[in-house]
Design a protein around this ligand. Structure first.
Ligand code: B16
Ligand code: MG
Length: 215
């Protein structure tokens, strides 16, 4: 096995399923604007920033708005989304995640977060997971969205490890590309059809261990 100094985790879709709450909040906004927003549409928002998500949603509804209105709508959606987030509990951590993180800790592998979300700190606190991370980089710290590798490279820098010795865990295609663009290894969490560029793709963390990081 090659040297692995750090594992960098995406948040939504890897550590926790917040996509369902994003969906409720975006759908409610779309309905207010007079059009429907399906679960299939919601797939297009995974891993994408809040404002880009809004642009995609408005494109689906063929609605054109000025910048000030867009900012207000994004804020409104986030307020609604936060009502769900603030009710989350540690039970919502996806199965196997904590066990794998405990293994990493016991083997001296550093752990970082690399998420597009500006609500990452709130979510980690709700999940009581904040203390598991040696470094946290989220949507409030970066100016370039995935597939730009900025979020992961910042994590590696904070941990003082070489990108080549990092493994990224990602559920979105743009996130897998960001890892590759950062010269990091990547485990895709989800389906091989979408995440085929990752070194390996697994459905989730149940039964997952460092032994599988042998690529
Ligand atoms: P927020 P990740 C991403 O999280 C979500 O996948 C994406 O759907 C969301 O639009 C984005 O965070 C921004 O979230 O509105 O909370 O800032 O997968 O990068 O952890
Ligand atoms: Mg994600």
């Amino acid at each position: 096995m090659e040297k692995i100094s750090a594992c960098i985790f995406d948040l939504d879709g890897v550590v926790v399923d917040t996509a369902k709450y994003h969906y409720i909040a975006w759908k409610s906004l779309a309905n207010e604007l007079g059009f429907d927003f399906t679960e299939e549409d919601n797939e297009r928002l995974k891993g994408v920033s809040r404002m880009t998500s809004l642009e995609i949603l408005l494109g689906i509804g063929e609605v054109e708005l000025d910048e000030a209105t867009k900012l207000k709508l994004a804020e409104k959606k986030n307020k609604n989304y936060l009502e769900y987030i603030l009710k989350m509990t540690p039970d919502e951590i996806l199965p196997g995640v904590k066990e794998f993180m405990n293994e990493l800790r016991s083997k001296g592998v550093k752990i970082a977060l690399g998420s597009a979300s500006k609500n990452a700190m709130t979510i980690l606190n709700q999940l009581e997971l904040t203390n598991y991370f040696d470094a946290i980089v989220d949507g409030t710290h970066v100016s370039n969205a995935k597939p730009d590798p900025e979020v992961f490279l910042k994590g590696a820098k904070l941990l003082k490890v070489d990108p080549i010795d990092c493994v990224v865990f990602e559920d979105a295609e743009a996130g897998v590309e960001a890892a590759i663009n950062g010269n990091m290894k990547c485990v895709g969490i989800g389906s091989p059809e979408v995440l085929g560029k990752a070194n390996i793709v697994v459905p989730g963390f149940v039964g997952f261990s460092m032994a599988q990081l042998n690529f």
